[in-house]
Design a protein around this ligand. Structure first.
Ligand SMILES: Cc1cc2nc3c(=O)[nH]c(=O)nc-3n(C[C@H](O)[C@H](O)[C@H](O)COP(=O)(O)OP(=O)(O)OC[C@H]3O[C@@H](n4cnc5c(N)ncnc54)[C@H](O)[C@@H]3O)c2cc1C
Length: 369
């Protein structure tokens, strides 16, 4: 029997997981990345049980593990005073650089036999089962996957009904040296620390150790704050607000960086005919709960399993897949938008069992047949 064929748009975390899972289940898979090289956008990342289970299922976990860290606590501080120390009752979570995660996923995809094409930009998709590249080439397949991010051309060329909202804050994400001793040393600097200042101006630093040497910092400022959102970061503004982080901020100010806003993107449907949308193209969310990539990888994995095991009617298989999977993601997206709007993460102790629902979800145990 000839292999079923899948065309995947976008080599981000969602596209790489979907492509790898399909290839491992016997599909002939081509993955199109518009960039001239394979690289992630952003700096560091926090992953939880849902996506870590996916990484185990596709065989990427062991190659990633040495480049990750489990911080003792998620600490929230207001004006440098600890509000809470959360350990999520033993729930599995890890921090890492995006590069480490992306490299592990690319290696796993290649090992599975995915054909990865760079400088291959997708222009449009057809629910009947084709993908058109900007080169003019038309590629036909049994399954088309739109994993081309929040500005998805696969989605917009088909005209999925959607609601998009932009957040009032944005963030500059950087990798800098740990600077643990310069910061004063001690175990507290192994925590993820969410440093909030709401007065006299809103400036937040999310401090995320990724390994022994590398620290991910996300500097959040309102879009309307021109000084707070400037890149390279305005050292004087940031150090006045967070003086205890001076060594780290000094390193951050040396990097050109980029300031990104974030959006919430809610679609009525995640599929149309043979086209499935996964990741930010389907459900971009504010990063408050660190679940955008987690849910992207969970849904990309479950879509690929469903397409492989759910039967021959691809349109129905994809409708059934989203009916099973999307409620958890929808609720996570709503909560993330609420936290971003109210900035109430600053109060600490926000990771209640309800808030951790998506993080705890295990897509590898769901039966799709
Ligand atoms: C500040 C911030 C912090 C975050 N922190 C976390 C976190 O800690 N944990 C977490 O789980 N999530 C986090 N997220 C969310 C996470 O980054 C995203 O949800 C996730 O990266 C989405 O992955 P994706 O593969 O769907 O999309 P993307 O990462 O956007 O990948 C899309 C890929 O498609 C390519 N592409 C685009 N258009 C085309 C085209 N036309 N043809 C071909 N290729 C194309 C792009 O070049 C890119 O490689 C954060 C987000 C932000 C903004």
């Amino acid at each position: 029997m000839s292999k079923r064929k899948a065309e995947v748009a976008g080599a981000g975390f969602a596209g790489l997981v979907a492509a790898t899972t399909l290839a491992q289940k016997g599909w002939d898979v081509t993955l199109h990345e518009k960039d001239t090289e394979l690289r992630p956008l952003g700096a560091g990342i926090v992953l939880w049980h849902n996506s870590l289970q996916v990484l185990k299922a596709i065989g990427a976990y062991d190659r990633l593990l040495p480049h990750t860290m489990v911080p003792p606590f998620y600490e929230t501080r207001m004006h440098n005073v600890t509000q809470s120390l959360e350990d999520f009752d033993g729930l599995h979570w890890r921090t890492m650089t995006r590069k480490a995660l992306h490299d592990a996923l690319v290696d796993t995809a290649r090992e599975a036999g995915v054909e990865i094409r760079v400088s291959s930009e997708v222009d449009a998709a057809d629910p009947a089962g084709s993908l058109t590249l900007t080169s003019g080439e038309v590629r036909h397949a049994d399954l088309i996957v739109g994993a081309d991010g929040v500005n998805s051309k696969v989605r917009d060329s088909i005209g999925f009904e959607q609601e998009r909202t932009r957040s009032k804050d944005g963030v500059t994400r950087l990798i800098v040296p740990r600077c643990k001793e310069e910061l004063g040393g001690g175990e507290a600097w192994d925590n993820v620390i969410d440093f909030w200042n709401l007065e006299p101006r809103v400036l937040r630093v999310l401090y995320v150790p990724c390994n022994e040497d590398e620290l991910y910092i996300a500097l959040m400022a309102p879009i309307e704050d021109k000084e707070g959102s400037a890149v390279p970061i305005n050292y004087d503004v940031w150090v006045e607000s967070h003086p205890y982080l001076a060594p780290v901020l000094r390193e951050a100010a040396k990097i050109s960086g980029r300031y990104d806003g974030y959006q919430t993107n809610v679609l009525k449907e995640w599929s149309n005919g043979s086209v499935a949308l996964v990741g930010d193209s389907a459900h971009a969310m504010c990063p408050a709960l660190a679940q955008g990539a987690g849910t992207a990888m969970a849904n990309a994995y479950s879509m690929a399993v469903a397409a492989s095991e759910g039967g021959d009617d691809m349109a129905k298989v994809l409708v059934d897949w989203q009916a099973r999977e999307r409620e958890v993601t929808d609720r996570c997206q709503n909560k993330s938008a609420w936290f971003a709007e109210t900035r109430s993460m600053a109060n600490g102790n926000q990771f209640t069992p309800e808030v951790l629902e998506a993080a705890k979800y295990d897509p590898t145990t769901v039966v799709h047949a």
